[in-house]
Design a protein around this ligand. Structure first.
Ligand code: ATP
Length: 441
């Protein structure tokens, strides 16, 4: 993880937020390459969940919602973690996760295991961030930063259904920020206090819910595999009766093996939520959230299958999965590679003149400009060609195009493939199609 954090900073993927003020351990900023990587992951999700289907609609609901929403959803009363303080080291821990924590002053021990530890009794701590709407800071104007995007979907269920004339079964999908005042954020972008979720709520007829639950459970695993995550690093975790929310009929997490001390951890949850959410919003708002099924002339509150995945957590999984250090035959120095799926790579091609003379930079600059109209390209003429290749390997660029002495005579260039190191000689005019065709694979 340390190597990855350092690579992310060095190449402009991820920076600590407010670093010049000492930073925060719980919020991170995406730099020029990171914003592209995360956007590619979000696009991949949006395409799979919204654009390529006719039974899911997109939505972008606001972060600030009516405070009653969070009473109805159960978050005001129950979105809490048990918090314990240590009076000796002033550390704060989740009482239900002490087995995973370390005493800051005696890292070989868990909090409470060392004789100097002095833990308080657990108290419930609400994870929602509170703020005030309008100029007066009083209890009547309290609003919350949403801790999940799902509620924006539930309260808009009828708006979306009636405006699109969708018939059940259908879903609503959203990508957006969520905020949780986590007691123990950490592990880079794994657990942060501000993060992005990609959530989809699928509304079904009661009685068909388990069938849809199984379909979505399988579908979501396929999505992670298509993203390039290794099959042996992915698994399902079925919620035990203790983990299952009281209203949930079934829940599985998709877990990814982050390696090291983290190991397998949740990256996505797939839940059968029954009719809990819409029924509660009906009760609290006094507005009906029923679906009218014309063929059977029946009204009912649909049941919900939810798929909820963290954009940042998947970005971390993709980075961990793709990071590798390897030796190169015939070279003393090894190389570090981000073996990103080409569709996710922030830069699709590096364009290099072999040397800074004989018209090579001019040819390369013009080729780079042509290609930039089709996909992100990085032009580099500084340093040895080997160093330029290594730099692109480290940021996951799948192709490097080199303009050399032969280019002026026959208008061809070499294309080097990141993973195999294979070099193909290709007509310069055909380079764009060559790469686009491979990006689509
Ligand atoms: P955890 O048990 O890890 O706290 P959760 O079960 O509370 O997670 P959900 O409420 O199901 O998580 O949220 C769905 C997804 O949102 C998670 O699978 C994860 O990818 C992402 N997520 C949740 N909390 C955070 C966080 N603090 N930082 C980054 N991503 C998060």
């Amino acid at each position: 993880m340390d190597k990855l954090v350092s690579l992310c900073k060095r190449h402009g993927f991820i920076f600590q937020s407010s670093e010049i003020y000492g930073g925060t351990g719980s919020v991170w900023d995406y730099g020029p390459l990171g914003v592209e990587l995360k956007r590619n992951i979000k696009d991949h999700w949006w395409r799979a969940m919204v654009r390529s289907r006719d039974d899911i609609e997109g939505l972008d609901a606001a972060i600030l919602m009516h405070p009653r929403v969070w009473e109805a959803s159960g978050h005001v009363a129950g979105f809490t973690d048990p918090l314990v303080d240590c009076k000796t080291c002033k550390g704060r821990f989740r009482a239900d996760a002490l087995h995973d924590a370390r005493c800051p002053q005696k890292p070989s021990k868990r909090p409470g295991e060392w004789e100097a530890c002095d833990l308080t009794a657990p108290r419930q701590f609400n994870l929602m961030f509170k703020t005030f709407m309008g100029p007066v800071e009083e209890s009547a104007s309290v609003v919350y930063l949403r801790p999940e995007t799902a509620q924006g979907i539930y309260v808009n269920f009828l708006n979306v259904q009636q405006s699109t004339r969708q018939k059940i079964p259908f879903g609503i999908a959203q990508i957006g920020k969520a905020f949780r005042n986590e007691i123990t954020p950490g592990n880079f972008i794994f657990r942060t206090r501000e993060f992005e979720q990609m959530e989809m709520q699928f509304f079904v007829e009661p009685g068909t819910d388990m069938e849809w639950f199984e379909r979505w459970k399988a579908e979501r695993m396929t999505w992670h595999l298509r993203l390039g995550l290794d099959a042996e690093r992915l698994r399902y975790h079925q919620h035990t009766p203790e983990e299952l929310a009281h209203y949930a009929r079934a829940a599985y997490d998709v877990q990814f093996d982050f390696g090291g001390t983290l190991g397998f951890q949740e990256i996505e949850g797939v839940h059968n939520r029954g009719d809990f959410d819409l029924t509660r919003h009906q009760e609290y708002s006094g507005k009906k959230l029923e679906y009218f099924d014309q063929p059977t002339n029946r009204r009912y509150v649909p049941w919900v299958i939810e798929t909820s995945v963290g954009a940042d957590r998947v970005t971390l999984a993709v980075l961990v999965n793709s990071y590798r250090e390897e030796t190169v035959e015939g070279e003393a120095e090894g190389r570090t590679v981000l073996g990103l799926h080409p569709a996710l790579a922030p830069i699709k091609a590096g364009v290099f003149p072999l040397v800074k003379k004989d018209g090579m930079p001019e040819f390369a600059t013009s080729l780079a400009a042509d290609l930039r109209a089709r996909f992100p390209v990085f032009y580099d003429e500084s340093g040895s060609i080997g160093r330029r290749y290594r730099r692109q390997d480290e940021v996951g660029t799948p192709y490097c195009i080199t303009i050399d002495g032969q280019t002026a005579t026959d208008q061809t260039v070499t294309i080097r493939e990141r993973d195999t190191l294979r070099q193909d000689r290709v007509a310069a005019v055909a380079v764009g199609d060559y790469i686009l065709e491979r990006l689509a694979r």
